[in-house]
Design a protein around this ligand. Structure first.
Ligand SMILES: Nc1ncnc2c1ncn2[C@@H]1O[C@H](COP(=O)(O)OP(=O)(O)OP(=O)(O)O)[C@@H](O)[C@H]1O
Length: 250
């Protein structure tokens, strides 16, 4: 569904992503893990063309999309989650989702949708807010939400773009243990309800091990290992390079 071959990104002489091969299957929940500075965020940036790769190819649905501009990718179904600083803070939670939904609807073939768009978008937006557990806050302004709820709202906004592959960069960062568990459960339920393929950068090992179908371990920009959680836990190279200090958490 989403793939890469030899994907590379250099900053000057420093190779942050170094010849990465990736093959994420449809419906999979793939986690990308690795030590700080391993290249995880840079990998997301080159997969979405937020940064132009220095080498290699990106594939989506079997087609090469390496040169497809970043802003066109959501229309193909490849979406990277919004960041909290992209919220329209003065607008309500519902409006935040509707603004995204309407932007997507205003494509060249959606004149009818555009005319009736507000109603359609509002229904869709409510449904999405119910799915992420924010329906009760629909009429709050986004600025009044807790940090965790703002993160959930960014996921709701991403869902409004109707993704087939959704990239989530540390969706539980800054959350306490209970909120982290709730968010993980919500993400898992979205995967099945929306028929999503999910690629997740996540630091919380208990979440990564319990949720992932497969895990890709990056180290110094290179793929150290890819496999199901039990295989990754048992992988000697992963233990040595990355998990050495973290066995207690596993
Ligand atoms: N725009 C940039 N210019 C120069 N170096 C960069 C740039 N972006 C990232 N890097 C470097 O590339 C390396 C990988 O960074 P990246 O943020 O992708 O790692 P990461 O695995 O996401 O780390 P973390 O877990 O800390 O978020 C780091 O050494 C970083 O300093």
């Amino acid at each position: 569904m989403l793939g890469a071959r030899g994907l590379t990104k250099s900053f000057g002489g420093f190779v942050a992503v170094d010849g990465v091969d990736l093959a994420v299957q449809e419906g999979e929940l793939r986690s990308i893990i690795g030590p700080n500075g391993a290249g995880k965020t840079t990998l997301f940036n080159v997969l979405t063309n937020a940064l132009t790769p220095s080498g290699g190819q990106v594939y989506f649905g079997g087609e090469e999309i390496t040169d497809v501009p970043q802003h066109e990718r959501p229309h193909m179904g490849l979406v990277r989650s919004f960041q909290s600083n992209q919220l329209f803070e003065e607008q309500t939670v519902l409006e935040n989702v509707r603004i995204v939904a309407q932007t997507i609807e205003q494509g060249p073939f959606s004149f009818d949708l555009f005319r009736t768009g507000r109603r359609v978008a509002e229904e869709d937006a409510y449904e999405i807010l119910e799915r992420v557990g924010l329906a009760e806050q629909a009429h709050e302004s986004a600025a009044n939400l807790s940090h965790g709820d703002q993160r959930r709202l960014t996921i709701a906004m991403s869902l409004a773009t109707d993704p087939s592959v959704l990239l989530l960069d540390e969706p539980t960062s800054g959350m306490g243990p209970t909120e982290t568990e709730e968010t993980a459960a919500m993400i898992e339920s979205l995967q099945s309800e929306y028929d999503l393929t999910l690629v997740l950068i996540e630091h919380d090992m208990s979440i990564v091990l319990s949720m992932s179908d497969r895990i890709t371990v990056l180290n110094r920009g290179q793929v150290l290992a890819t496999g199901p959680p039990d295989e990754i836990q048992a992988n000697d190279a992963v233990q040595t390079a990355y998990l050495g200090g973290m066995e207690d958490e596993l």
